[in-house]
Write a new protein. Structure first.
Length: 198
């Protein structure tokens, strides 16, 4: 039996995505063992983030500054905006370091089931950014789900009034994926998005 304080820490950590109660207890044990080195570092990092975390007013990214580091980076391409559902998607795409433009976080996806309407998402804000001018391309990087694609189509329709190129991420074979193991939806998408080899 651990003390109440240790139990509290374990149950707080257990709420983190990817950590269940068991992994949380292991993390606590590790922190206790390394309290001299790692524990202070974690506390310090958490404190710094808690004090400084803000939402970027331009793109909706979460950072310690507003505008965020991406929006404030003058080396990034001002002409293209990549639209994502959530901050996690932005971070995932940016980790890949392939997209050099800026982002726009919608804050979710359209969903009749969950009652999410266009006005609940940052769609008007996106239109405002495009309307300001200087944007050539809008990349719709929604998830390959029914709701994600409905959202992408809706946004494409709303953007139709502006002279911008609207593109979408290709759907298809995952890198290292074997045809044998793929579901029919993924295979159909890959076949539809086929392109010449040379
Ligand atoms: Zn930003």
């Amino acid at each position: 039996m651990a003390s109440q304080e240790i139990e509290n820490l374990a149950s707080a950590l257990a709420r983190l995505p990817g950590l269940g109660p068991r992994s949380a207890r292991r993390a606590v044990l590790w922190l206790v063992k390394h309290r001299e080195t790692a524990l202070d570092q974690v506390i310090e990092a958490l404190g710094a983030v808690r004090d400084k975390l803000v939402e970027c007013h331009t793109c909706g990214n979460v950072d310690t500054r507003n505008p965020c580091s991406i929006c404030a980076d003058s080396k990034r391409d001002q002409k293209s905006i990549c639209v994502v559902e959530d901050v996690a998607d932005l971070w995932a795409l940016d980790r890949a370091r392939l997209f050099t433009g800026r982002y726009h976080v919608l804050g979710g996806k359209l969903s009749a089931l969950d009652g999410v309407r266009p006005e609940d998402l940052a769609i008007d804000h996106l239109l405002g950014r495009v309307e300001q001018g200087g944007v050539d391309e809008v990349v719709l990087a929604m998830n390959a789900t029914l709701e994600g694609q409905t959202t992408a189509h809706y946004i494409a329709e709303r953007l139709d009034q502006f002279p911008v190129r609207i593109t979408q991420l290709a759907h298809g074979l995952p890198v290292g994926g074997e045809l044998d193991y793929l579901d029919e939806g993924t295979l159909a998408q890959a076949l539809r998005a086929r392109r010449p080899l040379s």
